[in-house]
Design a protein around this ligand. Structure first.
Ligand code: ATP
Ligand code: MG
Ligand code: FE
Length: 337
């Protein structure tokens, strides 16, 4: 079965073709970051309009790379939510229109399930059950995953998401938007021992996170050190990154211990962070646990994870067409496969 996947929940237009026999045949991403940079964040109306411009050309590129035609597509999966309403409507409209025109079923995909299952696009892929850490721009959650659609929330952030903390701290340091990758790059040349930043909720005894205090601590440092030179900026980045990696690593280990599971799966944009990967790999090696990641290019938003999640949910495909955008949508409400 050949599944076309469309992602348009925020500021990336993603399109992919996933074949249940042949695997991922093609995927394309257009990031709108450059367009939103001058506003310091995503402008929803601009995002929707850009998705409209990009989605069909990207679809054509995927089809041509895979040597397929629209008529070969067996089902169309799209991100139905959660996300920006107008942006979601673009993917929903295109998917439903294509489905109607081709008389092929459509599948609503939950964006976070897409992220969560993206490590299954890597080899070797993790077997169920596993603990999943979802660390993205909008979420920081630990889940016990026993199968597709069987997600038990173990803990989550009580305030900012990890990616949000990266981006907000980067902004305080004058690194632009979204500054996560830039902050991480600068941290490589910094000294993580010069400044000591807090490890919020490290010993809270539960699996929840809190990152807003860390951002405030960065703000305080920036003010104290002002005017800030390049070395100091890099040292703050290094201290910040070390604090985040430390907290996330310890909470992941605690989640594995609590569930008695041996496998840890990382998903979402912050999963691209090299220091985090190094910290988790080292901790896992010492305890003979296994850690799995999505391919680097599939950590942030993409169509491949949506096509894949859609392929896993073919049984829920429907051939009644409508708009079906769900800006708010609880992951726990998904049916098991
Ligand atoms: P959600 O999926 O929760 O709705 P989102 O789709 O915006 O949020 P993703 O696309 O998964 O989130 O990830 C984007 C986030 O990942 C941004 O906050 C970005 O700064 C962060 N990020 C990306 N690469 C890195 C990196 N190397 N180090 C740290 N953070 C990173
Ligand atoms: Mg994005
Ligand atoms: Fe995302």
């Amino acid at each position: 079965m050949l599944v076309l996947g469309l992602e348009s929940s925020c500021d990336e237009t993603g399109v992919a073709l996933f074949d249940t026999e042949g695997g991922l045949l093609a995927h394309r991403i257009h990031s709108q970051i450059a367009m939103h940079t001058e506003y310091g964040g995503v402008v929803p109306e601009l995002a929707s309009r850009d998705h409209i411009r990009r989605v069909l050309p990207l679809t054509e590129e995927c089809l041509s790379e895979a040597g397929k035609q629209l008529a070969d597509v067996d089902a169309i999966a799209y991100t139905a939510g959660p996300g920006l309403a107008g942006a979601l409507l673009v993917g929903a409209s295109v998917a439903n229109a294509l489905g109607f025109a081709l008389q092929k079923p459509v599948i609503e995909v939950h964006h976070l399930e897409g992220h969560l299952l993206s490590p299954l696009l890597s080899e070797p892929k993790p077997e169920f059950p596993f603990v999943a850490l979802l660390v993205s721009g909008g979420h920081t959650q630990l889940m016990a995953v026993r199968g597709i659609g069987q997600y038990e929330l173990l803990g989550e952030t009580v305030d900012d998401a990890a990616g949000e903390a990266f981006d907000k701290s980067a902004k305080l340091l004058g690194l632009g938007y979204p500054g996560g990758p830039a902050l991480s790059k600068l941290a490589d040349s910094g000294d993580p021992t010069r400044f000591k930043l807090p490890r919020p909720m490290l010993n809270s005894g539960d699996l929840d996170f809190s990152f807003s205090g860390l951002k405030t601590a960065v703000l305080k440092l920036v003010n104290e050190q002002s005017p800030i030179d390049d070395t100091t900026r890099a040292d703050i980045c290094a201290a910040f990154q070390e604090a985040i990696v430390d907290v996330i690593t310890k909470k992941c280990l605690a989640a594995l211990k609590q569930t008695g599971m041996q496998r840890l799966v990382i998903a979402g944009g912050v999963g691209a962070n090299r220091q985090l990967r190094a910290g988790l790999d080292e901790a896992a090696r010492r305890r003979k646990l296994k850690v799995y990641y999505p391919p680097l290019a599939l950590c942030t938003d993409n169509g491949a994870m949506i096509a894949y999640a859609g392929a896993m949910r073919l049984q829920y495909a429907r051939d009644s067409y409508g708009y079906g955008a769900k800006p708010r949508w609880d992951l726990a409400s998904l049916p098991a496969v």
